[in-house]
Each structure stands twice: as C-alpha cells, then as structure tokens.
Ligand binder design. Structure first.
Ligand SMILES: Nc1ncnc2c1ncn2[C@@H]1O[C@H](COP(=O)(O)OP(=O)(O)O)[C@@H](O)[C@H]1O
Ligand SMILES: [Mg+2]
Length: 400
C-alpha cells in the first residue's frame, strides 16, 4: 500500500506544491536579478514552501542563496553570525582563502571564523563588542548586509547572490522603526544582492510596505499570498486519493475538505491526511470511497486529538474573548460592531473591538481584506471547528 501522500508541517519543495508557480518564479527572479521582493501572507499558507522551492531550483545554477527564519534567532546578533557563517560556506575554496575573504568583506564586524571538518560547516563569532541593546544589533545587521553586497560584487561574472529572510517582521519587532530606516538606507544602495523578505504578520507588513510615510514604502515589489485556488487543490486531492486506490465518487467530499479547512493549505493537508487513515480502516468496503461523512469523522478525530492544545488556548482567554470568538463563528467574521454582537458579548462595541484586537495580537484571529471588505478569520480553522464541537455545543450555542 502507498504511503500517506498528504504532508503537513514540513516545508515542501519542488514538485510537491499545488499551484504557486508565479510566486516561485517571482522569488527566483528577484534573487537572480538583485532586486527586492516582499512576500506577505498568513501563517500556514505556504510561504516557507515557496521560498524553499525557489532556493532548490537555484541550486547548481551559479547562484548563492542564503535563507534564514528570523523567528529562530532569539536576537539579531545571532542572525548576523549565522549569515556570515552561511556566506563563508557559499564561498567554495580553500579554508584559508575563504577565511581571508570573509574577514575582508565583513571587516567592520571583525568575524572570527572556524571550520569544522567533521560537520563540513563554518562557525562565525563577532569580534566587535556586541552591546546588549537591540538597536545596536540592527547596526550589526546593516553591516552584515553591506558585507554581503561586497561579497556579491566580488563574484565572477554571472554568479548571483540572494538573501531570503523569512518571518521578517521579527527583525522589525526587535529593532523597531529605526531598524526599518537603517535597513532601507543600506539596501536601497545595493545593486547585487537580491532580497526576499517574507512574513506572516499581514497587517504589520502591509502597513510597513504600503504606507507612504514608512521607510519600506516602494522599496520593492510586493506580493500577497492568498489561498491555493480551490480548483487546483481539488484536482490534487482527487488525484492522490485515487492513486492510493480509493474511490472518490461524491464530489461533495472534496468540497467538504476545502470548506472545513477554509482553503488554508496546511489544514487541507492535515484533514486529507486524516481522511486517508479513515479510509484505510474501512477495509470492509473495498475499495473504500471518500464521502462527506468520512471527512466529518476525520474532522472530529482531529478536534479530539488536538483537544488538550485547544483547551489550553481556550481556557487562557477571558469570557469576553471567548464570546467574541463565538460571535466570529456565528457571524462568519463580519459585522462584529453590530448591536446584536454587543448584546451577545454583553459589552459595548468598543470593548468588542478591543477584544478582537487582542485575539489578532495572539495570532488566533486574522483580518482578511477582500474586494473592499474586511472579514475576521481564524488563523487555525480547526480551532473554530473544535469550538463548535465542544465548548459551543456544551453551552447550547450551536445546534448539532
Ligand atoms: N502550495 C501548496 N500545496 C500543497 N500544500 C501546501 C502548499 N503550501 C503549503 N502547503 C501545506 O501547508 C504546510 C505549511 O506550509 P508552510 O510553507 O510552512 O507555510 P507558511 O510558511 O506560510 O506558514 C505545508 O507543510 C503543506 O502541508
Ligand atoms: Mg513559514
């Protein structure tokens, strides 16, 4: 029997992505041409997978690509050290010569390099005094970017250098407004390095790049990552279930997966993955057929499986926040300022508004702008399914 073909959580690579051709191409071109691109979209929509695919496609194409996730570095000086180590690794050649070159390009940071033969990896420490203030760290990052530009300028004809920073908003959250202006001042002069900045705090990054008074305004191209088009996902899902020997006779089954997952790629894959196991257990009917009932059973299984996790999030919320979430579900994310919602929550519209703001801050809700209207969505659509299945039902708020 075939392995479960639905993957969630891992960064996907070449030939694993549904759609996203245009996005991958835009990232590749930015890195190759030394321009700048912001890739903005909610979590779990596939940004990291787009970046990885672009990186994979450039391997062996006379390109250096450095990719970092800003959220995995507790402070910016550690990101800077990692950047220098990766730059050293990209310079193929004798250890001594690479060391000399890195020392030259990043001279202002006085890097101390060591090479581990066993791990085939470079390690870099900053020789400059690393002050504890995050503002000072922004200065280090700017020096590192200047060093990378010098390195790029020194490459043989045709060899390009690109830098990808994923979850880029973290850099700005750490460094503040002055990080924006300092980074802009440096990289707007850079002509060699291609920059791709991706991030999931959609509102924050949109403000940062679209507001004429902010430093990143018109610094580069902007691309918003939406859901994967449902027709493409349908073809993908149907194809994989059938290739695994299952029948998909009822088109509503596939629609049901996309609907419960609210088209969020991570959730689509997780639900399809669980359906696959459910189908395998139905060995009595052979070959098993995917039905909307099986999808619902899989959904309930996931809600139960993640129950401790969701319970923890739910119990940490105030009663007003919990009611706000119930209202988001019953109103389908729109009209939270209405009297009806205020009455339900038992507080005025401004309190509801603040509650919504705090839930966005906690990454539980996100705002979705679409054709001139704003709608509230759950970052994790399965949390809303869990609320429907358990606390809302227990409180008699949602009928079975
Ligand atoms: N284009 C896609 N096609 C199929 N599945 C996808 C796609 N993009 C994302 N996914 C699913 O979503 C998961 C999370 O993707 P990821 O790239 O980590 O998202 P992000 O970086 O936006 O949080 C992947 O492991 C995969 O299951
Ligand atoms: Mg990511």
């Amino acid at each position: 029997m075939m392995d479960n073909p639905f993957e969630f959580g891992r960064e996907l690579g070449t030939d694993e992505l549904v759609d996203r051709q245009a996005e991958v191409t835009a990232v590749i071109e930015t890195l190759r041409q030394g321009t700048k691109l912001f890739l903005i979209g909610p979590r779990r929509f596939g940004k990291t997978s787009i970046l990885k695919t672009a990186e994979d496609r450039l391997v062996g194409k006379n390109s250096v690509v450095l990719r970092f996730d800003a959220e995995s570095f507790p402070s910016l000086d550690l990101l800077v050290s990692a950047l220098i180590a990766a730059a050293a690794k990209s310079l193929k050649g004798k250890v001594e010569r690479v060391g000399d070159q890195i020392t030259k390009f990043f001279s202002k940071l006085r890097p101390e390099l060591s090479f581990s033969i066993t791990q085939d990896a470079w390690n870099a420490k900053l020789g400059v005094n690393v002050a504890s203030s995050q503002e000072a760290h922004v200065g280090l990052l700017v020096e590192a970017l200047n060093g990378l530009e010098a390195l790029a300028a020194d490459q043989p004809e045709g060899r390009t250098v690109g830098l990808i920073i994923d979850e880029f908003q973290k850099v700005i959250e750490i460094g503040g407004l002055q990080a924006e202006s300092q980074i802009r001042a440096a990289i707007q002069r850079h002509k060699r390095v291609g920059y791709v900045f991706a991030g999931s705090k959609t509102r924050m990054l949109t403000d940062m790049t679209m507001d004429a008074t902010r430093p990143f305004y018109r610094l580069g191209q902007i691309r918003f990552i939406g859901p994967v088009p449902s027709e493409d996902f349908e073809v993908f899902l149907k194809g994989k279930f059938r290739a695994g020997g299952f029948r998909v006779d009822d088109p509503d089954a596939i629609t049901r997966i996309l609907q419960l997952a609210e088209d969020v790629p991570y959730n689509v894959q997780l639900l399809a993955h669980t359906c696959w196991y459910e189908l395998r257990n139905q060995s009595a009917t052979n070959p098993a057929s995917l039905t909307p009932e099986i999808v619902d059973a899989a959904m309930l299984l996931i809600a139960r499986q993640y129950d401790p996790f969701y319970t923890q999030i739910w119990s940490a919320l105030t009663a007003i926040q919990q009611k706000t979430l119930l209202a988001v579900i019953s109103e389908a994310g729109a009209g939270l300022q209405s009297r009806k919602v205020s009455q339900f929550v038992g507080r005025g519209a401004s309190t509801v508004q603040r509650s919504v703001g705090s839930l966005i801050e906690k990454d539980i809700l996100r705002e979705e702008e679409h054709e001139g209207a704003t709608r509230l969505r759950f970052e994790d659509p399965f949390f809303s399914q869990w609320i429907r299945a358990f606390p809302a039902r227990a409180a008699g708020l949602i009928q079975a």
